[in-house]
Design a protein around this ligand. Structure first.
Ligand code: ATP
Length: 224
């Protein structure tokens, strides 16, 4: 279970989120632009520090302002997939994936070759990111996020730079992750279609707060 209770101010924006995510599958964070979804994701991953609060996964505290705990991102075991692929441009796909594995936890879920087969990128391993299509790049970034993960994966609008056909293709790959690798996923999106296709649970975030949470189908119906 991921347990979060944090506060953060960014200029005039105030984020106050208290939330527990128990779902072993995919939980969507859904809300309008500017609601604070990306800030919240960065706080969990250790890319942005809250002013106060506690973040813990199972019995491991990532952040605890009362006890002075603040683990750096590489010690949180969180795989992160961004809107754009953010592969290292000077490294081959193989090296990008190997780097993910080294940077990740002490318990890699699988090897580079195995994961490349799952995501259909084996023929691309010797290529540099600049020579890949948008869909190929996101599949390579997805594989790297899994290799870097020890506890769970956060995806921040991972389909936003892809066209409709490629979105559908990548959704198919994302669906495979919980059954094949067992990682929970926190999936950030504006799209109800993506929530309904992927997620069992959804958390509605508005103006820096959790408005409500529950089954994805119920949340999407009530947010109509
Ligand atoms: N460094 C910063 N300084 C000041 N304000 C910031 C900073 N970073 C983010 N904000 C503000 O915090 C609010 C939440 O931003 P955030 O990117 O988390 O929202 P979001 O829900 O992810 O939006 P989107 O769906 O458009 O990506 C916005 O009003 C944004 O302008």
């Amino acid at each position: 279970m991921l347990s979060v209770d944090v506060s953060k101010k960014l200029g005039i924006f105030a984020l106050e989120i208290s939330l527990q995510i128990e779902n072993p599958g995919i939980t969507a964070l859904f809300g309008p632009s500017g609601a604070g979804k990306s800030t919240f994701a960065k706080i969990i991953a250790g890319l942005c520090a809250p002013e106060r609060g506690r973040i813990a996964f199972e019995d491991k505290a990532f952040f605890d302002s009362a006890k002075g705990v603040d683990l750096p991102p590489e010690r949180r075991g969180v795989g992160f997939l961004f809107q754009e692929h953010r592969l290292f441009p000077h490294m081959s796909v193989y090296k990008n994936l190997s780097f993910g594995r080294v940077a990740g936890g002490r318990r890699p879920c699988c090897g580079v070759e195995e994961i490349s087969e799952v995501f259909g990128i084996t023929p691309l391993l010797d290529r540099k990111p600049a020579s890949l299509s948008g869909g190929e790049s996101q599949r390579a970034a997805l594989a790297r996020a899994i290799l870097a993960a020890e506890n769970f994966i956060i995806m921040d609008e991972p389909l936003s730079s892809l066209d409709e056909a490629l979105k559908d293709d990548l959704l198919g790959y994302i669906e495979k992750i919980p059954p094949l690798f067992g990682f929970p996923i926190i999936y950030i999106t504006h799209s109800k279609d993506e929530v309904l296709r992927l997620a069992e649970k959804a958390v509605i975030v508005k103006e820096g707060r959790v408005e409500k949470s529950g089954s994805a189908a119920e949340m999407m119906k009530s947010d109509a």
